[in-house]
Write a protein that binds this ligand. Structure first.
Ligand code: SF4
Length: 228
């Protein structure tokens, strides 16, 4: 694994996660008619979802909190106290962009233009679940490759989370060839299509317990909704 784009994989939509995204939970499920509509939309969504990932393996050259310097042909720096801590025991890191493509979002826009509300809302929730599943699939691929080389991986981190500024998406896009995936950044550093994720996963060969630790255990942001 050095630099590549991968497109030949399938993902499975978890209906329970779609329910939660639509506001169901805590013992309140959808009505039978709503449940069958969600089933129908999940089937329809599979026809529009095209999962893909682009990635680049980088060596970690230096960590001087809060800055992490990575290199592989080119040198980049990311700035985050949390990532400095997470990547400290790592020798390498994978930078990635994953996406489900434009198809589902185009279908949502088309339905909204036709005056529909419910179906595009359901399809949008399915798209969010599909984007998460695509990134999870990639993370598992990295884990398998790391394990076969005697390494352990960290959790996955994305710009805009913890103290990693969203504008650092630009740094990731400097090293990722996102053209085959047709993913781009807008002026606000948001990815288009929206159902895309970018991020970093560290790889280390020692201190395996430490690599698996979540920085949330030590973080003072008690009200953070992204705790894991
Ligand atoms: S609590 Fe929130 S901000 Fe703090 S490390 Fe965890 S996810 Fe990041």
């Amino acid at each position: 694994m050095v630099k590549a784009t991968t497109k030949s994989f399938e993902i499975e939509i978890d209906k329970g996660n779609v329910y939660r995204s639509l506001g169901y939970g805590n013992g309140r499920g959808p009505s039978p008619s709503m449940s069958s509509l969600i089933d129908e939309e999940i089937e329809e969504a599979y026809g529009f979802i095209r999962p893909s990932c682009s990635y680049q393996l980088m060596d970690i050259k230096r960590i001087r909190r809060p800055r992490v310097t990575l290199e592989n042909g080119i040198t980049i720096s990311i700035t985050s106290e949390v990532l400095s801590w997470v990547l400290y025991p790592c020798k390498q890191a994978v930078i990635f962009v994953s996406s489900i493509g434009h198809g589902l979002e185009e279908r949502v826009s088309q339905l909204m233009k036709e005056g529909e509300i419910l179906k595009p809302t359901i399809l949008d929730a399915i798209g969010s679940e599909a984007a998460e599943k695509t990134a999870c699939h990639f993370q598992e691929m990295v884990r398998e490759l790391a394990t076969s080389n005697g390494a352990e991986i960290t959790l996955r981190y994305s710009p805009g989370y913890c103290d990693w500024d969203i504008t650092q998406q630009r740094v990731l896009f400097d090293v990722i060839d996102s053209a085959p995936m047709e993913v781009s950044l807008n002026k606000e550093c948001l990815m288009m299509p929206r159902k895309s994720l970018s991020g970093i996963i560290g790889l280390g060969w020692g201190e395996k317990r430490r690599l698996r630790l979540s920085p949330c255990q030590f973080c003072t942001k008690q009200d953070c909704k992204n705790r894991r």
